[in-house]
Design a protein around this ligand. Sequence first.
Ligand code: THU
Length: 156
Amino acid sequence: MREQFQFNYDLLTDWKELPIEDFKLVQVAYSAMDRAYAPYSEFLVGAALLMEDGTIVEGNNQENVAFPSGMCAERVALFYAGATYPKGVVKTICIVAKGALMPASFLLSPCGSCRQVLLESENRQRKAIRVIVVNQDMRTLVLDSAKDLLPFGFGK
Ligand code: THU
Protein backbone atom coordinates (compact mmCIF):
# COMPACT_ATOMS: atom_id res chain seq x y z
CA MET A 1 0.00 0.00 0.00
CA ARG A 2 1.27 3.49 -0.84
CA GLU A 3 1.19 5.82 2.16
CA GLN A 4 1.89 9.51 2.38
CA PHE A 5 2.98 12.12 4.87
CA GLN A 6 1.15 15.41 4.88
CA PHE A 7 1.41 18.50 7.02
CA ASN A 8 0.28 22.08 6.81
CA TYR A 9 2.49 25.11 7.15
CA ASP A 10 2.22 28.82 6.52
CA LEU A 11 4.38 30.60 3.99
CA LEU A 12 4.41 34.37 4.39
CA THR A 13 6.02 36.74 1.92
CA ASP A 14 7.61 38.78 4.71
CA TRP A 15 8.26 38.12 8.41
CA LYS A 16 6.84 41.57 9.18
CA GLU A 17 3.39 40.01 8.63
CA LEU A 18 3.88 37.86 11.73
CA PRO A 19 1.88 38.55 14.89
CA ILE A 20 3.63 40.75 17.45
CA GLU A 21 5.00 37.95 19.70
CA ASP A 22 6.64 36.23 16.71
CA PHE A 23 7.73 39.57 15.24
CA LYS A 24 9.69 40.35 18.43
CA LEU A 25 11.24 36.89 18.40
CA VAL A 26 12.49 37.43 14.84
CA GLN A 27 14.14 40.66 15.94
CA VAL A 28 15.94 38.82 18.76
CA ALA A 29 17.03 36.07 16.33
CA TYR A 30 18.50 38.73 14.02
CA SER A 31 20.51 40.27 16.83
CA ALA A 32 21.78 36.80 17.81
CA MET A 33 22.67 36.17 14.16
CA ASP A 34 24.85 39.28 14.12
CA ARG A 35 26.92 37.76 16.96
CA ALA A 36 27.49 34.41 15.17
CA TYR A 37 31.04 33.14 14.90
CA ALA A 38 31.21 31.87 11.34
CA PRO A 39 34.55 32.91 9.82
CA TYR A 40 34.77 29.78 7.63
CA SER A 41 31.37 29.60 5.94
CA GLU A 42 30.52 33.29 6.42
CA PHE A 43 26.96 32.01 6.74
CA LEU A 44 25.49 33.59 9.83
CA VAL A 45 22.60 31.89 11.58
CA GLY A 46 20.62 33.13 14.57
CA ALA A 47 18.07 31.27 16.66
CA ALA A 48 15.72 32.53 19.35
CA LEU A 49 13.56 30.34 21.55
CA LEU A 50 10.45 31.67 23.22
CA MET A 51 9.79 29.70 26.40
CA GLU A 52 6.29 29.38 27.80
CA ASP A 53 7.09 31.70 30.71
CA GLY A 54 8.20 34.41 28.29
CA THR A 55 11.94 33.83 28.68
CA ILE A 56 13.88 34.15 25.42
CA VAL A 57 16.99 32.04 24.80
CA GLU A 58 19.37 32.99 22.01
CA GLY A 59 21.84 31.01 19.96
CA ASN A 60 23.98 31.41 16.89
CA ASN A 61 26.34 29.20 14.92
CA GLN A 62 29.77 28.70 16.43
CA GLU A 63 32.31 27.42 13.94
CA ASN A 64 35.75 25.90 14.50
CA VAL A 65 38.82 25.44 12.36
CA ALA A 66 38.30 21.71 13.00
CA PHE A 67 35.03 21.95 11.06
CA PRO A 68 32.96 19.18 12.71
CA SER A 69 33.64 20.73 16.11
CA GLY A 70 31.39 23.67 15.27
CA MET A 71 27.72 23.85 16.17
CA CYS A 72 24.53 25.12 14.51
CA ALA A 73 22.60 28.03 15.93
CA GLU A 74 19.50 25.94 16.70
CA ARG A 75 21.41 23.43 18.77
CA VAL A 76 23.41 26.10 20.60
CA ALA A 77 20.07 27.63 21.68
CA LEU A 78 18.32 24.32 22.45
CA PHE A 79 21.24 22.91 24.44
CA TYR A 80 21.62 26.16 26.37
CA ALA A 81 17.90 26.02 27.19
CA GLY A 82 18.23 22.37 28.26
CA ALA A 83 21.23 23.21 30.44
CA THR A 84 19.71 26.30 32.03
CA TYR A 85 15.98 25.55 32.19
CA PRO A 86 15.73 21.72 32.26
CA LYS A 87 12.01 21.90 33.01
CA GLY A 88 11.36 24.78 30.63
CA VAL A 89 8.91 24.43 27.76
CA VAL A 90 9.88 25.86 24.38
CA LYS A 91 6.88 27.34 22.61
CA THR A 92 8.53 28.63 19.44
CA ILE A 93 11.93 28.57 17.78
CA CYS A 94 12.75 31.26 15.27
CA ILE A 95 15.68 30.84 12.88
CA VAL A 96 17.18 33.50 10.62
CA ALA A 97 20.25 33.38 8.39
CA LYS A 98 22.34 35.37 5.95
CA GLY A 99 25.33 34.64 3.75
CA ALA A 100 26.41 33.90 0.22
CA LEU A 101 26.59 30.15 0.90
CA MET A 102 22.91 29.90 -0.04
CA PRO A 103 21.20 31.87 -2.80
CA ALA A 104 18.68 34.36 -1.39
CA SER A 105 15.87 32.54 -3.18
CA PHE A 106 16.72 29.22 -1.50
CA LEU A 107 14.13 28.15 1.04
CA LEU A 108 16.09 27.38 4.19
CA SER A 109 15.20 24.95 6.92
CA PRO A 110 17.13 23.35 9.78
CA CYS A 111 19.76 20.70 9.06
CA GLY A 112 19.09 17.04 9.84
CA SER A 113 20.94 17.04 13.16
CA CYS A 114 19.01 20.08 14.36
CA ARG A 115 15.75 18.41 13.35
CA GLN A 116 16.66 15.40 15.47
CA VAL A 117 17.47 17.63 18.45
CA LEU A 118 14.27 19.61 17.96
CA LEU A 119 12.31 16.36 17.95
CA GLU A 120 13.94 15.25 21.19
CA SER A 121 13.09 18.61 22.79
CA GLU A 122 9.47 18.21 21.72
CA ASN A 123 9.25 14.67 23.04
CA ARG A 124 10.95 15.66 26.28
CA GLN A 125 8.52 18.50 26.98
CA ARG A 126 5.54 16.61 25.52
CA LYS A 127 4.48 19.69 23.64
CA ALA A 128 4.92 20.76 20.05
CA ILE A 129 7.45 23.45 19.20
CA ARG A 130 6.41 25.95 16.54
CA VAL A 131 9.18 26.56 14.01
CA ILE A 132 9.59 29.88 12.22
CA VAL A 133 12.24 30.13 9.51
CA VAL A 134 12.96 33.52 8.00
CA ASN A 135 14.68 33.31 4.64
CA GLN A 136 17.13 35.76 3.15
CA ASP A 137 14.46 37.02 0.75
CA MET A 138 12.15 37.52 3.79
CA ARG A 139 9.81 34.63 2.90
CA THR A 140 8.86 33.03 6.17
CA LEU A 141 7.86 29.47 6.95
CA VAL A 142 5.77 28.74 10.02
CA LEU A 143 5.35 25.12 11.08
CA ASP A 144 3.14 23.93 13.94
CA SER A 145 5.53 21.24 15.11
CA ALA A 146 9.17 20.23 14.73
CA LYS A 147 8.09 16.66 14.04
CA ASP A 148 6.77 17.81 10.66
CA LEU A 149 10.41 18.41 9.70
CA LEU A 150 11.44 14.84 10.42
CA PRO A 151 9.14 12.14 9.08
CA PHE A 152 10.02 8.72 10.52
CA GLY A 153 12.09 10.52 13.15
CA PHE A 154 14.05 8.41 15.60
CA GLY A 155 12.53 8.92 19.04
CA LYS A 156 10.08 7.79 21.67
N1 THU B 1 24.02 26.07 10.22
C1 THU B 1 23.19 26.38 11.26
O1 THU B 1 23.55 27.12 12.18
N2 THU B 1 21.94 25.82 11.25
C2 THU B 1 21.48 24.96 10.29
O2 THU B 1 20.38 24.45 10.41
C3 THU B 1 22.30 24.67 9.13
C4 THU B 1 23.66 25.22 9.12
C5 THU B 1 25.37 26.64 10.25
C6 THU B 1 26.46 25.62 10.41
C7 THU B 1 27.64 26.32 9.78
O3 THU B 1 28.24 27.16 10.77
C8 THU B 1 27.01 27.20 8.72
O4 THU B 1 25.63 27.30 9.04
C9 THU B 1 27.18 26.66 7.31
O5 THU B 1 26.72 25.39 7.21
